[in-house]
Design a protein around this ligand. Structure first.
Ligand code: PMP
Length: 391
């Protein structure tokens, strides 16, 4: 076989991809061992049948040909209106491009803003695909640690240190993997650095409907930020539509025009019947979103109560998203060692913090994605295992 392009072969950076515990859990399940799976960010409900009905009606009505590359007009309008209502920033359909999920929006946004060989900044702990996505466009993926001591809130001064030679900064609030919601203070600091150092801000807001305390602030709404911010949105988490692959980028009109050229030469858009279903789902308004977020809100409260019964495992204050980050440093084990032993000895699978970067070492990410009783039992077993390690 002729050589493959290094742009492709170097996407993973040659290191571990962090999914070893997850893969081992999958193998155990395939071999017939029951495993309690708290690894992956996927709802324990399926897409609502009313949304599937809308998809079916659209497909049967003939919306199966090529759809408009930037997205169907009605969906771009709906997304623009939703963003404007929620952030106060004037937003029209010309500011919106529909994408096959948030992941491809992340890729397109970095291709749009990061020339090859320039630094693309991102915050560690990070969603597992981030460094690979940045490398996939030829950028130098440069992490900035937001440590546990600071509640995993990034500090503007740390970003400033890395800003030389960088063209973009990627942030994610509510955050995967920590569940942390960035404060106004954090976002003001980030906005100031972006303006001072002329950086694009790529704001991944795919968990914006999963807020348990406080409010979600979109940094695009901060003074003079709309012209340098690309917001990543998705139907995956807000409407339990992970498999439908529909999301969007919101940004300045000129950036969107160029991004549409990219879509023409890469994805050629999103299936029309999927877009019609997304439109229908968004038209149901915030009540449906709250209903889909409710189990995570409930389980997060359950987590707080269970962790209050002991003092070995500590919970990072998680104000949003479908995950909690647990600090298990008191056990003396790394997150990886703990997660591997928990899987082998108790058949419970969680993600080691190390899978999400250096800043989350000694932590575990627990996805609150199984039914309440089983979730509570797994969490109690995890705490008992941690306590036994300390004896
Ligand atoms: N960003 C974050 C932070 C995520 O956790 C995910 C999915 N887990 C995505 C983006 C991509 O989601 P999708 O492509 O399904 O929209």
């Amino acid at each position: 076989m002729p050589a493959l392009s290094p742009t492709l072969t170097e996407i993973t950076g040659g290191g571990s991809d962090g999914w070893e515990v997850f893969m081992r859990a999958r193998e155990m399940i395939a071999a017939g061992t029951p495993v309690t799976e708290l690894t992956i960010g996927e709802h324990d409900i399926r897409t609502d049948p009313i949304i599937l009905d809308a998809m079916h009606v659209s497909a049967c009505g003939g919306h199966t040909g090529y759809a408009m590359v930037p997205g169907i007009a009605a969906l771009r309008r709906e997304v623009a209106q939703r963003v404007q209502e929620r952030t106060g920033v004037p937003t029209g359909p010309e500011n919106v491009m529909i994408t096959p999920g948030g992941q491809s929006a992340l890729f397109a946004s970095h291709l749009a803003t990061c020339p090859k060989g320039k630094k693309a900044l991102f915050i560690d702990p990070y969603y597992a695909t981030y460094p690979g996505t940045l490398r996939a466009v030829g950028a130098i993926a440069t992490p900035i640690e937001a440590d546990a001591k600071g509640g995993f809130q990034p500090r503007a001064a740390d970003i400033e240190v890395q800003a030389e030679g960088a063209t973009s900064l990627l942030i994610n609030s509510p955050n995967n993997p920590t569940g942390v919601v960035y404060t106004r203070n954090t976002l003001d600091g980030i906005a100031e650095v972006c303006k001072r150092r002329d950086l694009w801000l790529i704001s991944d807001e795919v968990y914006d409907t999963q807020i348990w305390e406080g409010v979600h602030i979109s940094p695009r709404a901060l003074p003079d930020m709309a012209e340098r911010t690309l917001v990543i949105g998705s139907m995956s988490k807000s409407h339990a539509m992970t498999g439908s692959r529909v999301g969007w980028i919101v940004g300045p009109r000129t950036a969107i025009e160029h991004l549409i050229n990219l879509a023409t030469h890469t994805t050629y858009g999103v299936a029309g019947f999927v877009q019609d279903a997304a439109l229908f789902a968004l038209e149901q308004g915030p009540a449906l979103e709250a209903e889909i977020a409710a189990p995570f809100k409930r389980r997060r409260a359950l987590t707080v109560n269970i962790l209050a019964e002991q003092n070995v495992v500590k919970m990072i204050s998680a104000d949003g998203a479908m995950y909690v980050m647990l600090d298990i440093r008191a056990t003396g084990l790394s997150g990886e060692a703990f997660a591997n032993r928990l899987l082998d000895e108790h058949h419970i699978a969680v993600m080691p913090g190390e899978s999400f970067g250096r800043a989350a070492a000694g932590h575990l990410r627990v996805a609150m994605t199984i039914e309440d009783t089983a979730y509570a039992a797994a969490l109690r077993a995890l705490c008992a295992f941690a306590a036994a390690l300390c004896e």
